[in-house]
Design a protein around this ligand. Structure first.
Ligand SMILES: C[S@@+](CC[C@H](N)C(=O)[O-])C[C@H]1O[C@@H](n2cnc3c(N)ncnc32)[C@H](O)[C@@H]1O
Length: 281
């Protein structure tokens, strides 16, 4: 019988020591994934100075903060998320220098705790795939937009198109019970652009434009850093519970699957997402 890891305080994942999934998300995923992708989403939203923006599933305020910078002090940004822990992180950040006022609200995507027809633009980065009723969420975004307002949303394509995630998925399937490993792929399980377009059209949106975007993903500290991304993923609690020798095995198997992605000591790969924009007429 292997001994379970029962350490209190931070857990060491590869080269990172993390306190919680939210902490790991902030330290590991934000700079490498969600900020670069958020910049791409914001470009697509074509925000104007003075715009009023709603960011649904804002997490730690990633896109909300980029939007606040872009719309400037005459604008206003509201971020909504179902997770009080995420909203606490967002609220703990300093104001965006020279940016719009930012307010956060703990709210599910449906019903959304915001007024009718109050926003010029709604953004939603990697949130829709998690909503239990995507149609209801889209209807709520439509309600929140003023006439001629725009929606821009991003949803990952399938895990097979995300090489470092596919490598880690394969390692987890070898090392964890199937029901635990299964949760790792959750962010990638609504990959069809046609489905995204259909739900927007059914929700009353016009001028729906779908784009498939590929951006680089670099773990500059190599395999240990790529392994550390597990700390910000849905399997983090299961990995944290592994005994030391079981975790060592997972690191070794993960390293084997990641090895083909290494060049010059870095894990150099990419991610692929659908990005869709639409207008309320
Ligand atoms: C992958 S994170 C993306 C966060 C943020 N948009 C970003 O780019 O960093 C997904 C977010 O969706 C939120 N979420 C999940 N289900 C939700 C729901 N039903 N309503 C609102 N937010 C939800 C989670 O709390 C989490 O913050």
């Amino acid at each position: 019988m292997t001994k379970r890891s029962d350490q209190a305080g931070p857990t060491v994942f590869g080269c990172f020591s993390v306190q919680s999934v939210a902490d790991a998300y902030e330290k590991i995923y934000l700079p490498r994934i969600f900020i670069p992708w958020g910049k791409r989403l914001i470009e697509r939203a074509q925000l104007q100075p003075g715009d009023v923006v709603l960011d649904v599933a804002t997490g730690p305020g990633t896109v909300a903060r980029l939007a606040a910078e872009r719309v400037g002090p005459r604008g206003r940004v509201v971020g909504a998320d179902i997770s009080p822990a995420m909203i606490a992180i967002a609220n703990g950040k300093p104001p965006v220098p020279g940016g719009a006022a930012l307010d956060y609200v703990v709210s599910p995507a449906a019903p959304l705790a915001v007024p009718d027809e109050a926003f010029d633009v709604v953004t939603c980065q990697q949130g829709l795939q998690f909503f239990p009723d995507r149609g209801a969420a889209i209807a709520e975004m439509h309600r929140a937009l003023r006439r001629d307002g725009r929606l821009v949303a991003a949803v990952w394509r399938e895990i097979a198109l995300q090489p470092s995630f596919a490598a880690l998925d394969a390692a987890l399937r070898e090392c964890l019970p199937a029901d635990q490993a299964e949760s790792y792929g959750a962010p990638f399980r609504w990959p069809r652009g046609e489905d995204l377009v259909a739900v927007l059209r059914a929700g009353g949106f016009s001028e729906v434009v779908l784009e498939e975007v590929r951006l680089p993903l670099v773990c500059e500290q190599g395999i240990p850093q790529a392994l550390a991304t597990l700390a910000a993923s849905p399997v983090a609690p299961a990995v944290a519970q592994l005994a030391h020798e079981e975790r060592a095995t997972l690191w070794a198997v993960g390293a084997r699957y990641l090895a083909p992605l290494v060049s010059d000591g870095q894990v150099r790969t990419h991610m692929v997402s659908n990005i869709v924009s639409a207008r309320k007429r």
